[in-house]
Design a protein around this ligand. Structure first.
Ligand SMILES: C[S@@+](CC[C@H](N)C(=O)[O-])C[C@H]1O[C@@H](n2cnc3c(N)ncnc32)[C@H](O)[C@@H]1O
Length: 341
């Protein structure tokens, strides 16, 4: 039994890419890329401008230079094209990948430690890492808002209907609120309510809606999907990567979704598409799902197959329809409530 020099070299190359993402994460969280985009700086000046420690920043600059993220001229650092690609608002930003790399490291460490006892600490594992939580929402937005904009909005007819008719969209487990902001930007006659269990997410969502002057139409509230109330029935209830967090009580969740909908309204569930056959996980587009499912296990969850979600809708008298995106990696399942009871 042995590896080969080629396999070892391949893994070394992967490791080096992962090191680059970890290094980038340190710079992002401390605003170093963002400050260098505004103005070239020496390490010392960069530390002053970002209220960070000069000795740490000096080491970070050396490393970011080594990984080709920074260029240097007479002691002044600037962002290279690779460094610019890590800026959170760059097109095709690498920021979500840097955050994802750190999230995976944190969760892999937790899984390694918990595997013997079988303990599953739940949702709070995310909050254990103080630098990660504020970047969780931006990571999800950076990863999935482009797909929503470019494919899902046009590929799922319920959205063009909503655009025509207007009404109330409720987003359960809304994260940083990117989904409602994106809808409200495109559809002038909708209003939205977002609900999430983490106060950090709600603060971010409310601040971002205010910045974009959408706060007269969008409200964000801290609350529990298992026990929420609405002032009026919703035309759409959306759950993006949130249903698998509450699947253990699926019977009451599906009943509540139906009951909070207006007649003819729709529940729009977006979930990673857990394949029916293990062999499908080998596909490069789906491989990441398998690691995600291990991470979800720590949080008390597991990824779902679209047919399980469809069965949930049928169990409360709703009619499901499944749409697949991103080489079948992403599933949107729409459940319709009948016009008349
Ligand atoms: C994977 S994140 C998805 C966030 C957002 N929908 C998105 O797509 O960016 C799942 C979200 O569900 C929220 N969540 C999980 N269980 C919840 C519950 N019982 N009540 C409220 N929010 C919950 C989490 O706080 C988290 O923000």
């Amino acid at each position: 039994m042995s590896g080969t020099p080629e396999l070892r070299q391949r893994m070394m190359n992967h490791l080096q890419e992962a090191q680059g993402l970890q290094l980038a994460y340190v710079g992002l969280v401390n605003g170093l890329f963002q400050a260098l985009a505004a103005e070239p700086s020496s390490g010392e000046a960069l530390a002053g401008r970002t209220a960070t420690d000069p000795a740490y920043v000096a080491r970070w600059c050396d490393a970011a230079y080594a990984f080709g993220m920074l260029d240097e001229n007479q002691g002044q650092f600037t962002l290279s094209s690779v460094g610019q690609a890590f800026l959170p608002d760059a097109s095709f930003s690498l920021m979500p990948l840097a955050v994802n790399a750190m999230l995976n490291s944190h969760m892999a460490d937790r899984a390694a430690a918990l595997m013997r006892s079988g303990e599953r600490p739940g949702e709070e594992v995310l909050a254990e890492n103080k630098t990660l939580l504020p970047w969780f929402g931006p990571m999800l937005e950076g990863s999935f808002a482009p797909l929503f904009d470019q494919q899902i909005l046009n590929g799922v007819p319920v959205f063009s209907e909503m655009d025509r008719k207007g009404g109330l969209v409720v987003d359960l487990g809304c994260g940083n609120g990117w989904y409602l902001r994106q809808l409200a930007r495109k559809m002038a006659n909708i209003k939205g309510v977002g609900l999430d269990g983490f106060a950090e997410n709600i603060h971010q969502a409310a601040d971002l809606a205010k910045k974009e002057k959408l706060d007269s139409r969008l409200r964000f509230l801290k609350g529990d999907i298992h026990d929420f109330t609405l002032d009026e029935p919703a035309d759409i209830i959306a759950m993006n990567r949130a249903l698998h967090h509450v699947w253990d009580k699926k019977e009451s969740v599906f009943a509540a979704l139906r009951d909070h909908l207006a007649p003819g309204g729709a529940v729009v569930i977006w979930e990673p598409n857990w394949p029916a056959n293990r062999a499908e996980l080998r596909h490069p587009a789906k491989r990441g799902l398998a690691l995600q499912n291990l991470i979800e296990h720590i949080q008390g969850n597991h990824l779902l197959r679209p047919d399980e979600i469809s069965a949930g809708f049928e169990s409360v008298g709703m009619i499901p329809q499944v749409y697949l995106f991103a080489e079948g990696r992403e599933a949107v399942i729409v459940g319709r409530k009948k016009q008349t009871p």
